[in-house]
Structures are given as C-alpha cells and as structure tokens.
Design a protein around this ligand. Structure first.
Ligand SMILES: C[S@@+](CC[C@H](N)C(=O)[O-])C[C@H]1O[C@@H](n2cnc3c(N)ncnc32)[C@H](O)[C@@H]1O
Ligand SMILES: [Zn+2]
Length: 321
C-alpha cells in the first residue's frame, strides 16, 4: 500500500493550532489528511482535494473505518488542485482564508499499477495516462497514445529530453518512428519494449538501475496531465488563499517539479528589484514570502529504509508575509 512520505515533518512545518483551517491539496489515501485532522481538532477543518474519484472514495472509506471521529472535520473535494482558490472560496459565505496548504505531489502506487490508467510498463494496458479518473476525461483531450503515434520526431525528442531528462531521446525517437511505420503503438508494453530494444545495454549501464522506459513514461505522464502547468497555477493560487503568516508545504519527487517549487520560493522572497546603481530603493517592492526551509527537508534514514518512494522526496516550506 501507499506509504505516506515525510508525515511528521510536513505536519510540524505547517505550524497549525487547534481550530485552524488547512488544505490538503493531494488527499491520496489520506495519510496527511488524517494527521492534519488530528492537529486541528474538533473545531478545525481540513479541505482535502484529489482529482481522482477513486482516491476520494477509498480515503473516505479508510477514514470511516479507522478514524470515524474525524469525518466531520474533513471536507472532501474532487477537483484539480490548481483551482484551490475557487475551492476554498466555495466553502464559506465570504472568501475564507486558510492557515496552511500542503501538497504531496505525484501519484500513488495504486494508480501507477492500475491498468485503467496505462501508466506502468509492468502491467500491459492501453497507452492512456490520463489520471482525472480513468475514462472520465473528455474524449478529445490528448492522451499518451495520441502523442506517441502522432507527434513529430522533433517534438517527441524535446518532450523526452525536457520532461523526462532522457539522455537517449534521439535514439528512442528513431525507434518509435520505425515502429510507427509498421503499425500504431497501442500498449504500454509495446512502447516499453521498443524503448528497451533501442537503448539496449546502454540503458542499464552507468549505475542506471531503473527500467530504460522510466523516463519516457514520466515525460508522457507529465505532458498528458499538464502537471507542470497545474503546479505553477496551484502555487500562485495557494498564496491567494493563505492568511498572513500561513504556511505552504510542498513535497516533490523529481527534479523538474522541485525546480519549479524552488524558483517559486526564491522569487517570492525577493524584495527590491532596483538596479544596483541606485543608492536607495525606488521600487519599494517588499518580499511576499518568508523562506522557512533554506534547504529542502529530506526523509530520515529510518524512513528511507522503510519506503523506497521516499528516496527522492524533498519538502520545501514558505510562509506568507
Ligand atoms: C502522492 S499522492 C498523495 C498521498 C497522500 N499524501 C497520502 O498520504 O496518502 C498524490 C495524490 O494527488 C492527486 N493529484 C495529483 N495531481 C493532482 C491535481 N493536479 N489535482 C488534484 N489531485 C492531484 C493524485 O490523484 C494522488 O491521489
Ligand atoms: Zn527597490
């Protein structure tokens, strides 16, 4: 089962009190939500968002079984977290603000292994990768099948390089183009095999222990679900709903996401933007944020031993000024 990452660390960093309202933007199996519900107590509220209906259903069932007493303080919302401003506004009569926002980015292992989403090269499935509930997406939105079978070689190469940080993208795209001439590439296994054959032994050498298709699959998943755009919009909108001194805590799992979070934190903590030659500040710009974690918090050795997924986790925290 999915193990919650950096649970104690992220809850502690949000610095909540009894009676606070907090948003868990990525409910998942509810690991963080349960902890936050405990901290804010009977009078507090946790607005728990997930765009996957399966996650909402299963987390609700779990909480009903294990922590029935928390049900009244959790508000479940099936939506994309990029809409956090509208979601929070929709909860009260006036535009309410919250004391904390948490996001534990990415996907649960149950989603990765569910053939309905076509995310894994270990389970053969139609190349889909749309995570807003399997089969629930508008028919015309582009899925992994469309990308693999219709994008130009240049676009595919750039996608694998930029969103997958794949070193062998050129070689892989040549193989995809060859395979496409024969027939459409329909399933996750078909694609994984084409990649594995094209990279051959190179894919396993040089300390590369992951499956050679991992990075291409990551790039496709990010593209199909507009993950980077969702994250950028979410960060901006999360600031809007935070009270003064409220905190935003983000856990990311790969360098592309972490870079976005890091840059967001950095740019918000900058004040004056006057040219260096100015003897005194004329712009009057004040920093919007205070950096709480100068360096990201990473899991303890104990957590790393118990959970492989925690290996690449990074927690960054900021406070609204
Ligand atoms: C890593 S899991 C969260 C696990 C959770 N913290 C726990 O302890 O069980 C991430 C969850 O975020 C959801 N998710 C990913 N992107 C989302 C988005 N843009 N909007 C809403 N939910 C999203 C996924 O469906 C998944 O259930
Ligand atoms: Zn200035």
């Amino acid at each position: 089962m999915h193990k919650t990452v950096l649970l104690a660390e992220s809850a502690f960093q949000l610095n909540l009190k009894k009676g606070d309202v907090v948003v868990d933007a990525t409910l998942g199996m509810g690991g963080h939500t349960i902890e936050l519900a405990k901290i804010v107590g009977e009078k507090g509220r946790v607005i728990a968002i997930d765009m996957d209906a399966v996650a909402i259903r299963e987390a609700k069932n779990r909480i009903k079984k294990e922590h029935k007493e928390f049900l009244d303080r959790i508000i479940f919302v099936k939506d994309n977290f990029k809409n956090i401003d509208k979601i929070v506004a929709g909860q009260g009569t006036s535009a309410i603000k919250v004391k904390g926002v948490l996001a534990d980015l990415g996907w649960r292992i149950e989603q990765i292994n569910d053939p309905a989403y076509g995310l894994s090269f270990n389970v053969d499935a139609r190349l889909n990768m749309r995570l807003d509930e399997a089969g629930d997406s508008p028919e015309d939105s582009e899925d992994a099948f469309d990308i693999i079978n219709s994008w130009s070689a240049d676009d595919l190469e750039r996608l694998f390089r930029e969103l997958g940080e794949e070193r062998f993208s050129k070689r892989i795209v040549i193989a995809i183009k060859e395979a496409r001439k024969e027939k459409e590439i329909k399933t996750t296994m078909e694609l994984a095999n084409i990649i594995e054959e094209s990279v051959g032994h190179r894919g396993r050498k040089g300390g590369r222990k992951i499956h050679p298709a991992t990075k291409v699959f990551q790039a496709l998943r990010i593209q199909v679900n507009s993950e980077l755009n969702n994250l950028n919009v979410f960060l901006e909108n999360a600031l809007k709903v935070l009270e003064k001194d409220g905190r935003l805590a983000i856990i990311s799992f790969h360098s592309i996401e972490d870079r976005i979070v890091k840059n967001f934190c950095k740019s918000g903590t900058k004040g004056c933007v006057c040219p260096k030659e100015f003897p005194i500040c004329k712009c009057g710009k004040e920093p919007k944020l205070k950096l709480i974690t100068k360096k990201p918090i990473i899991p303890s050795d104990l957590e790393l031993k118990e959970n492989r997924r925690a290996r690449s986790a990074k927690l960054r925290v900021i406070q609204k000024k």
